[in-house]
Design a protein around this ligand. Structure first.
Ligand code: NAI
Length: 300
């Protein structure tokens, strides 16, 4: 296959909508699909709003005004065949192995020869994603792990994707989307989430064992530590507490017994509780920040 000219993004959530906008901004046709039918127009609006923000960025984005019309938002049931015609299909659906694998089986039936497929998973190992996958798809499959928000974060972790078939994708990620592609081994949490999880655990200890407010813990573990905009709790709210719960559970399952993660992971139940109460972070009704406040904005 030559260059990447068309991209299908599956899952129009926090990451998918933003990846779609960023890819469109690099000048390729983008099809953004989700299972949520009534939400398609709304999600397209999210993607377009992301493009509007991109346009205001300095230096000026690559394609500017062309980008908005390059995105088509739709529904996977109606658009599966169109997804199969794209050069690169990137899956950004919920962090559940069984949901992702069921989707790959459907993609295998429709995707065109020479296309590449990747997952944006945060923590599911490549070997688990590809277990039982048809050989042809497994050969053309890799992990492309973007960071949130995709338009600002330059790092992209790639697991697999070493062969010649992936050269156009690597070129597009690097030159088209402006990412610094780092090849990772198929280890738990790859590189960034493995390290990042210790940062999260430290913040939980500060807040829950030393009695700091989330704002105070963020002040210590945020800008003061050289992080650009937010501290740990603000970041978890942005990422999604439901996802943080999945990442925690994955690492707990994948890391060996003696790993320091297990000793530090004393407060994972907080994520479970917040999600059970509907506090999934910024994409929902709030998370660590708004959950600590009443509707009037006062601390409870
Ligand atoms: P999200 O929960 O915001 O969005 C997931 C979307 O997938 C939803 O809109 C849902 O309706 C859709 N979906 C579920 N099943 C589907 C299916 N079978 N077909 C089509 N659409 C389907 O999730 P988010 O946060 O965007 O995460 C997506 C992936 O990206 C996950 O694998 C996650 O681990 C990964 N990721 C998330 C990051 C974050 O900061 N939120 C950062 C890096 C990776």
């Amino acid at each position: 296959m030559g260059e990447i000219r068309s991209v299908a993004v599956i899952g129009a959530g926090v990451m998918g909508a933003s990846i779609a906008a960023h890819a469109a901004n690099a000048g390729v046709d983008v099809l953004l699909v989700d299972i949520v039918k009534p939400g398609a127009v709304e999600r397209n609006a999210i993607a377009c709003a992301t493009i509007e923000r991109l346009k205001k960025m300095e230096p000026a984005p690559l394609m500017g005004s062309r980008a908005a019309r390059l995105i088509t938002a739709g529904n996977i049931e109606d658009d599966l065949v169109a997804v199969g015609r794209c050069d690169w299909i990137v899956e950004a659906v919920v962090e559940k192995l069984e949901v992702k694998q069921a989707l790959y089986a459907r993609l295998d039936a429709v995707r065109k020869e020479g296309s590449v497929v990747s997952s944006n998973t945060s923590t599911i190992p490549l070997r688990e994603l590809t277990a039982g996958m048809p050989e042809g798809l497994a050969r053309d499959f890799c992990i492309t792990h973007f960071f949130n928000p995709p338009r600002y974060m330059r790092l992209l972790e790639m697991v697999g994707g070493e062969g010649e078939a992936f050269a156009p994708l690597r070129g597009f990620l690097d030159q088209g989307m402006g990412k610094t592609v780092v090849s990772c081994k198929d280890t738990p949490g790859f590189i960034a989430n493995r390290i990042g999880t210790y940062w999260v655990q430290c913040a939980m200890v500060l807040a829950l064992e030393m009695g700091l407010e989330v704002e105070e813990a963020d002040a210590v573990m945020g800008k003061a530590m050289g992080f650009p905009s937010t501290g740990v709790f603000g970041l978890i709210d942005m990422v999604g507490i439901d996802l943080a719960l999945h990442v925690n559970a994955s690492l707990a399952r994948l890391l060996p017994e003696g790993d320091v993660f297990h000793a530090m992971n004393r407060h994972g139940a907080v994520f479970t509780q917040l999600v059970a109460e509907g506090f999934t972070g910024n994409k929902g009704k709030g998370g660590f920040y708004r959950s600590a406040r009443g509707a009037d904005g006062k601390k409870q």
